[in-house]
Structure formats: structure tokens, C-alpha cells
Design a protein around this ligand. Structure first.
Ligand SMILES: Nc1ncnc2c1ncn2[C@@H]1O[C@H](COP(=O)(O)OP(=O)(O)OP(=O)(O)O)[C@@H](O)[C@H]1O
Ligand SMILES: [Mg+2]
Length: 357
């Protein structure tokens, strides 16, 4: 359990609130580097929303998703009786809707479950959700669907690819029916790149970046935790605005030692990563073909960060880009056409390690 209070993310929260205030027309993809605070921001926003929004929030992170059935099970929240049997009580959608609490998975009763699971057809599940959302709307409330870590469904197949069925469903909910707001949250920037280049989503979605805190936000955050000016500077110079690292610094007894430890640890990981690649080599699969990863090219790409914080994503070869992003060293932002280290700490580690590579 975290004892650290949520630090307001004014700009991003405002953007989302203004989306929620208007009629649903586009799918919103919330993306950003690892551990930048996407899930925390979304969870906090949900708590603060007025009661006329009904949020269906599903986080796929901890779910095991190997098949279509796994996905459907993770989407729906079944009403259980105390003995673990499915509840039979609520027969109609109206009754079900009246029992919905503020945030939940998608509620379903046994009657509908049979229909939804029938014949492995995503269409059944989606038409049930549309009916449910219409019922919510009929009570004067606005449904909001949020899927966190959607990339986890990977290449699950149902006849075709499940992800395409889902995108069509999201387009239905937003652009066609204006029925629900749809937010997809992900920390996988290769997934965002795929989406960015997906023809069926052109003009049907928007991108909202939740990055590490900027300097002013970091300073304000650390101020809440009684950091002196020197301590704030030391924290910013080592970790930038990565909330997860800042938390470690806040909790540390000795700030200087913790800063050194974090940097030493990250540099060590990167050194091992490069040494392993140099000695054993590696391969990646892209577009169903296997390619060798070149140690020399990887070093060349990392050297570009010796005096830059971010680089043009078209200035590096696709295999190295894919490999470094897949291994969580670089973050790819297709919306701005850049790649940069996953954090300021990663940038420092890259600079340190690359000097003797
Ligand atoms: N605004 C904030 N105020 C205080 N702490 C925060 C804030 N945002 C994030 N954190 C803390 O930083 C850590 C990482 O946040 P979170 O899990 O939300 O990031 P994420 O971007 O969803 O990560 P991932 O990339 O793994 O999905 C958490 O421990 C969280 O408590
Ligand atoms: Mg998250």
C-alpha cells in the first residue's frame, strides 16, 4: 500500500475531463513511458468523477489471456452468491444497471452469460455491452469504458484477430453510436506504433500522452515531501520526473546513497544487457520473419544519446529500434516521431555505459 498522496496532474486531467464533457466521437489512447503514472492518474480521475458517469474499468495486467474465452472472462464481472454460484436474482438489464456501483467490470448475469459465450462470437459479447450501455444511458448517466493494458490480448484469434473486432466495436461505441467514451491505456509503445499506423483507426482516435512529471511538477511534488532545494535538484538530476523513482527517493533514509544506488543499478543492468548481446547475439521476430540483432548497430543508436535526450525515430534502423523498445530501454512516441530513453535515469545509465562500450 502506498502512503504517498496523489499529486495532481492538472494538464492531463483537464484534457480528459474536456473529452468526457463532450459527446463520444473518438477512441482515446492514453500512452506514455513505463511507470509514468498512467494507471494512477486514471484511477484517481475515476474517483473524482461526478455520479452521472458510470465507469467500467478493466485492467488486463494481471489477467491470463491465452484465448478468446479468457478475454471475455476478464471483461465481465459475474454476480456471485456467497457459495460461489452465479446469482440468479436479477433478471433484467434495468435491474442489473440499478445495482451498478461507480466503478466495476462489466456486470452480467447467468442468463446473459450463456448468450455472450455462445459460439465464441465477439459480436454476442459486444451487442450485450451495447444493450447494457443503452440501459445506463436511459437512466440519464454516461457510460465510460476504460481498458488498461489492452496490448495484453496480443494476437488472440477468434476467426480473425480479436484486436480488430475490438477496434470495430470501439468505433461503434464512439463515432457511430456516440454511446460511451472509450479509453485504452497502454505502456507498450510498440503497440501504440501499430495503432498509429492502423488504417482502420485513422481519424477515429486521439492520443493522450501521460509522460513523467515535468520539472515544475517534480519540484512541487517533492516540496510536498519537505525536500530542500538541493535535494530537489539532486532528485531531478538523477531521476527526472519518473513518479516511481521519486517515490523511492522520498522513502529513502539517505538521498545521496539512494541516487547512487539507482544509477548504479540501472547502469549495471544495461551493461549486462549489452555484454550478453555482444557475446551471445540475439534475434527478433518482426512481421513473422526472424532477424539478427547487430551489437554494433545497437551501440551506434545508444551513442546518439551521448548529447541528445531524444532522437528522430526515422533516424535509426527498425531492428535496433524494435529491440531497444521491446527491452524497455527506449520509449517510442509515434505521435511526435521520436524515441527517447524510458526515463532520465536510463539516459544517464546509457551515457555512462556507452562511454566504454
Ligand atoms: N500523480 C501521482 N502522485 C503520486 N504518486 C504517483 C503519481 N503517479 C504515479 N505515482 C506512483 O508511481 C508509481 C507508478 O505509477 P503507475 O503504476 O500509475 O504508472 P503506469 O504508467 O500505469 O505504469 P505502467 O507503465 O507499468 O503501466 C505508482 O507507485 C504510483 O503510486
Ligand atoms: Mg499502468
Amino acid at each position: 500500500m502506498s502512503d504517498i498522496e496523489f499529486h495532481n496532474r492538472e494538464k492531463e486531467t483537464k484534457e480528459i475531463r474536456s473529452i468526457l464533457d463532450s459527446r463520444p466521437t473518438l477512441i482515446t489512447f492514453i500512452y506514455g513511458p513505463i511507470n509514468s503514472g498512467k494507471t494512477t492518474m486514471v484511477s484517481h480521475l475515476i474517483e473524482e468523477l461526478p455520479a452521472d458517469y458510470v465507469v467500467f474499468y478493466i485492467n488486463l495486467r494481471t489477467k491470463f489471456l491465452a484465448s478468446y474465452d479468457d478475454f471475455i472472462e476478464s471483461l465481465f464481472e459475474m454476480e456471485m452468491e456467497s457459495e460461489g454460484a452465479l446469482k440468479k436474482g436479477k433478471e433484467t438489464l434495468a435491474e442489473l444497471v440499478s445495482s451498478i456501483t461507480k466503478v466495476a467490470g462489466i456486470p452480467i448475469t447467468k442468463e446473459f452469460l450463456d448468450y455472450v459465450f455462445k459460439d465464441n462470437k465477439p459480436k454476442n459479447a459486444f451487442s450485450y455491452i451495447i444493450k447494457l450501455f443503452m440501459e445506463v444511458k436511459a437512466t440519464g448517466k454516461q457510460p465510460v469504458l476504460i481498458l488498461d493494458e489492452l496490448q495484453k490480448i496480443g494476437d488472440v484469434k477468434v476467426n480473425g484477430s480479436l484486436i480488430y473486432e475490438l477496434f470495430n466495436f470501439f468505433i461503434d461505441l464512439t463515432k457511430e453510436l456516440h454511446l460511451a467514451h472509450v479509453f485504452v491505456v497502454t505502456s507498450d509503445s510498440l503497440f501504440i506504433e501499430r495503432i498509429y499506423n492502423e488504417a482502420m483507426l485513422q481519424g477515429r482516435c486521439r492520443y493522450l500522452r501521460v509522460d513523467d512529471f515535468d520539472e515544475a511538477t517534480t519540484v512541487a511534488f517533492l516540496e510536498e515531501h519537505d525536500f530542500t532545494d538541493d535535494e530537489k535538484a539532486a532528485a531531478w538530476n538523477c531521476c527526472g520526473g519518473k513518479p516511481a523513482y521519486l517515490l523511492e527517493l522520498i522513502r529513502a533514509d539517505d538521498l545521496g546513497r539512494e541516487v547512487d544506488r539507482l544509477l548504479r543499478m540501472r547502469a549495471g543492468e544495461l551493461k549486462t544487457f549489452l555484454k550478453t548481446l555482444k557475446e551471445l547475439g540475439d534475434k527478433v521476430t518482426m512481421k513473422e520473419e526472424r532477424y539478427d540483432v547487430s551489437y554494433e548497430k545497437i551501440v551506434c543508436v545508444l551513442k546518439m544519446f551521448s548529447d541528445e535526450e531524444k532522437i528522430d525515430m526515422w533516424s535509426i534502423d527498425e531492428i535496433s529500434k524494435y529491440y531497444l523498445v521491446r527491452n524497455n530501454i527506449l520509449f517510442l512516441d509515434p505521435d511526435r516521431g521520436i524515441v527517447k530513453p524510458q526515463s532520465w535515469l536510463d539516459l544517464l545509465a546509457i551515457r555512462e555505459v556507452i562511454a566504454d562500450a
